[in-house]
Design a binder for this molecule. Structure first.
Ligand SMILES: [Zn+2]
Length: 68
């Protein structure tokens, strides 16, 4: 399960939903008005960001690449 951000065009508000990854692209109902919200890319972007922020050179990878 992960938290995804959605935008409701009716309320002009963003809302978050926790749902399985397999349903992340499915339309989400706005908790305020019930309209279908569209998924915002920011949630997945921050997920990518999480991987980018992970240490790129952990101690066990400090040896040089094999092909250099
Ligand atoms: Zn709404």
């Amino acid at each position: 399960m992960a938290i995804y951000e959605y935008y409701c065009a009716s309320c002009r508000k963003e809302f978050e939903l926790m749902r399985p990854m397999s349903q992340s692209d499915a339309p989400a109902s706005c908790p305020s008005c019930g309209a279908k919200g569209q998924k915002l890319v920011s949630a997945s972007a921050s997920k990518v960001d999480y991987y980018v922020r992970a240490p790129s050179k952990p101690p066990f990878r400090q040896h040089p690449p094999a092909n250099s």
